[in-house]
Design a protein around this ligand. Structure first.
Ligand code: ASP
Length: 357
């Protein structure tokens, strides 16, 4: 009898030890990530300026140089914030501001046109330390939507504001407002006309609206995004866009949707997406990458590959992501011909890319 009770006690102790260990592992998966992918950088930053059918044969040397110069200007802003001990949130916001203020990208100044010939902008930002997030959708007068997304995160009790209400909030917060004329760029307007013309032809054959045509040059490229890790080990990500050319009915893409267009978590990584938004929403792309690292112990590189090259591609979606993990590993993954991108590590090494290689 005594023996039996001892045996029971022993198995109980053994069982509780096992449970505790399992709990510790599942609660501390960030340590598991450290063991499979050790520290690469104390701080690091990566950006994208949109993915799509970006082919060298369609690009002039001048255009290529202009894109590269703006990507470099933008990333250097974030890099110096991080180098001087600033936060990843500040780096993400200020880096995105540079691209929003450039007519080259489909965000802020260079936003694409809706079917009605207006511009409706979306953005989001996420703090990996607190899992706080902010987003704005369908705004027409806010010059820098990423600043609005951050204000929503830090100065409201909500995560996402849209349309008129978001604009009232932006005004109350003292953010810079502009009139719609500010967003006019000839190239983007021409892209709308091109799509509308092709839509007419298409409608004759098939009663379907052409929403997005990857073969129409410049029809949608240029959403901007950034992911950063700061010296305190905090990651953040942000995304800003004009959405898709010819969008209508108040269409909202993935860029302002936390988990699809943007995600950040100090336990895993920070991700910003670009591409055909509907697929990124359905695939919960940004969160899925973090979840694969979290639940399956994949490296950032393996998780990003799985989500973009297998899951998104199988779904029929096109686009890509940039991401940084908690240990400063940087990844740019896309299934399109190109993606405007740049990164900098803690040694100040800069890489800039446009095409696949
Ligand atoms: N993802 C954006 C959207 O669907 C567009 C893009 O990234 O090019 O609104």
């Amino acid at each position: 009898m005594k023996k039996l009770s001892l045996l029971l006690l022993l198995s109980f102790v053994l069982l509780s030890c096992k449970n505790e260990k399992e709990l510790a592992l599942s609660n501390d998966n960030s340590k598991a990530i450290d063991s499979i992918q050790p520290k690469a950088n104390d701080f690091a930053i990566i950006i994208h300026g949109g993915a799509g059918t970006i082919l060298k044969k369609n690009m002039t040397p001048e255009m290529e140089a202009a894109y590269k110069a703006t990507l470099e200007e933008a990333i250097r802003v974030g890099y110096s914030i991080l180098k001087n001990g600033g936060s990843s949130l500040d780096a993400v916001e200020k880096t995105i501001n540079v691209m929003e203020d450039s007519p080259l990208f489909n965000a802020g100044k260079g936003a694409v046109f809706t079917n009605e010939g207006t511009n409706e902008l979306d953005a989001s930002i996420m703090d990996g330390k607190t899992l706080n997030a902010g987003a704005s959708a369908g705004t027409t007068t806010v010059r820098n939507p990423i600043n609005l997304a951050r204000a929503v995160m830090e100065r409201s009790e909500h995560v996402m504001l849209s349309g008129k209400g978001a604009e009232i909030f932006a005004k109350e917060q003292g953010l810079q407002l502009v009139d719609q004329g500010y967003f006019y760029t000839e190239n983007r307007y021409k892209s709308l006309q091109k799509i509308k013309d092709s839509e007419k032809t298409e409608l004759d054959h098939d009663d379907k609206q052409v929403f997005y045509d990857p073969n129409i040059k410049d029809s949608k490229f240029g959403t901007v995004g950034c992911a950063a890790l700061d010296k305190n080990g905090n990651v953040a990500a942000g995304t800003s866009t004009g959405g898709m050319t010819n969008k209508r009915w108040g269409r909202i893409g993935d860029a302002p949707i936390i988990g699809a267009g943007t995600y950040a978590n100090n336990a895993t990584c920070a991700v910003s997406s670009t591409g055909w938004g509907e697929y990124f929403i359905r695939g919960m792309v940004a969160y899925d990458i973090s979840a694969l690292m979290d639940y399956k112990g994949l490296t950032l590189e393996a998780a990003a590959k799985e989500v973009i090259q297998t899951k998104l591609t199988t779904l029929g979606g096109t686009g890509g992501i940039v991401a940084v993990d908690k240990n400063g590993n940087l990844v740019a993954e896309f299934n399109t011909a190109g993606m405007y991108r740049a990164s900098m590590n803690d040694k100040g090494e800069l890489t800039i890319g446009i095409y696949k290689e």
